[in-house]
Unconditional design. Structure first.
Length: 367
């Protein structure tokens, strides 16, 4: 199979990832629930995972790295910690349903949508400046669009939030493991990310990075192995946000994936994935018959609209030839409304570090 659906989840994993999961399954139980060797090994593993993630993503304390089920879980914690009914928030026009649905579920939240043109960072910055100056409870912004691969000017948006004292939540689902992500530099309240995409961990893993001033609200209550006599959740991290048995086996794989990314280097990964996507975009432009949505910079995601067939039809044809891509709205109808593709959706190619120029040539020959 030629796999170009890594924006959904990476299929090819470094060999160390399944090996780490298998080793953890055989040797580790639950941290904080016993003093036997299997529990101690689990506790050590969880601390290593938090510590290395904290170092890589600019988090001051390992305990401020929360292990979640995925980025959606992490975003729900972040959003519901900061936003209440009656509040006003600002979001980009490229947000995923993992942002918009929690806001809808809270109810009576006024959402200011910053609708900047695709690949126009200056317009996006000015839009957020105006939205924040109007008074908002929080800003929620994707780092990279999961539909179009558009890297939003998050450094500038973060600077606006810091200047105005507005909490910032960053969705790093498509940037973690590819572009620099730095909680401290941004001064963000929260940064959410999956473990199973650009970090090459197993599904069922994610991270929530918590800023120093974040006051988090649990979305799940239960056992933590700490303060068991009281019925309120502990007021300290990570226990406050990690009720129930933790996914130690997944964390083992996530740690292995994180080490793979650090060993490769973000520059190498971004350059390799960007070269693959750029070659696809250029090849489709030469062929004609497609609207190609691609910016000038490096990206791991490319969306196109075929002019003579539906995206879903073409995705099906490619699947029959052993190529995995994704067609539709990609759980981000707001992004399609902003870009003008809501009626058709798009055909999306998304790369990982394991894709090759030879695969690009094979796919172009099929189109």
């Amino acid at each position: 199979m030629i796999y170009f659906d890594s924006a959904a989840t990476t299929l090819q994993k470094p060999d160390a990832v399944p090996a780490a999961v298998a080793a953890a399954i055989r040797s580790m139980t639950t941290p904080g629930r016993g003093d036997h060797p299997a529990a101690r090994q689990a506790a050590d593993l969880m601390l290593r995972c938090r510590s290395e993630a904290a170092e890589f993503f600019g988090v001051s304390e390992p305990d401020s790295v929360i292990l979640t089920n995925n980025a959606t879980h992490a975003l729900n914690i972040a959003i519901k910690s900061l936003v209440s009914p009656g509040d006003t928030v600002a979001v980009s026009g490229y947000e995923h349903n993992a942002v918009t649905r929690p806001l809808h579920a809270i109810g009576n939240v006024s959402v200011r949508i910053v609708n900047g043109r695709l690949f126009d960072p200056a317009q996006m910055v000015e839009g957020f400046r105006q939205a924040v100056n109007g008074g908002v409870k929080a800003v929620i912004c994707t780092h990279v669009s999961n539909v179009f691969g558009y890297a939003l000017p998050i450094d500038d948006i973060a600077a606006i939030c810091r200047k105005q004292g507005v909490p910032l939540i960053v969705d790093a689902s498509q940037s973690a493991g590819i572009l620099p992500v730095d909680l401290k530099k941004w001064g963000a309240a929260y940064v959410a990310m999956p473990g199973h995409k650009g970090l090459y961990g197993p599904q069922g893993t994610g991270l929530l990075l918590c800023g120093e001033s974040a006051r988090s609200r649990p979305v799940l209550e239960g056992g933590t192995g700490s303060l068991s006599r009281q019925q309120d959740m502990p007021d300290f991290l990570p226990d406050r946000l990690e009720a129930g048995t933790q996914n130690v086996h997944g964390a083992a794989g996530l740690l292995a994936g994180l080490r793979f990314v650090r060993g490769k280097g973000l520059d190498v990964i971004a350059r390799r994935e960007g070269a693959v996507i750029s070659a696809l975009a250029e090849g489709l432009r030469r062929k004609g018959g497609y609207r190609v949505y691609a910016g000038a910079g490096e990206s791991s995601v490319l969306s196109v609209v075929p002019l003579h067939t539906a995206p879903e039809t073409l995705a099906g044809r490619l699947a029959e030839q052993g190529v995995a891509v994704r067609a539709g709205l990609h759980c981000a109808p707001l992004a399609h409304l902003t870009a003008g593709t809501a009626e058709t959706g798009t055909l999306r190619f998304s790369a990982s570090v394991f894709n090759t120029p030879e695969e690009v040539e094979q796919v172009l020959a099929m189109l």
